[in-house]
Write a protein that binds this ligand. Structure first.
Ligand code: AMP
Ligand code: ZN
Length: 123
């Protein structure tokens, strides 16, 4: 069986991770990259993506459980660093659009983190 593709040369987020497309970086370590959304829907809006090219949450496997958990734990830390007020008065929203009917446009798994004073542009 062929190993799943961990990098897709045609993927826009793989190109951002690789530095071929510029982005406003929020955070990076060996397994994840976080950057501001180019069309923010909220005063704070960034995405956390695995460096491995996982097309969507629907393709995540049990081997990805640790990675997904670490992304979830990173979200509140980065949200505070990016200016979201603390829970419970502040907080943030985490969204993972998955598939066409889930509203996914970029097919590289990404976790949206949105926050800041309301009203927001969308939602
Ligand atoms: P989704 O609909 O969940 O697939 O979201 C894809 C997100 O990627 C959208 O919110 C876009 O604004 C964002 N996006 C697309 N291209 C770029 C880019 N070059 N830099 C930063 N964000 C981007
Ligand atoms: Zn990719």
């Amino acid at each position: 069986m062929t190993a799943p593709l961990r990098h897709d040369p045609d993927c826009i987020f793989c190109k951002i991770i690789g530095g071929q497309i510029p982005s406003r970086k929020v955070f990076e370590n060996e397994e994840v990259f976080a950057f501001h959304d180019i069309h923010p829907a909220a005063p704070v809006h960034f995405m956390v993506v695995p460096k491995a090219h996982i097309p969507s949450l629907a393709q995540a496997t049990p081997e990805d459980a640790g990675l997904l958990g670490r992304i979830m734990l990173l979200a509140p830390k980065l949200a505070l660093e990016q200016g979201c007020k603390p829970y419970p008065d502040g907080g943030f929203r985490v969204v993972v659009n998955t598939g066409a009917e889930g509203g996914q446009e970029v097919h590289h798994l990404h976790v949206h983190v949105m926050g800041g004073p309301r009203p927001w542009a969308r939602g």
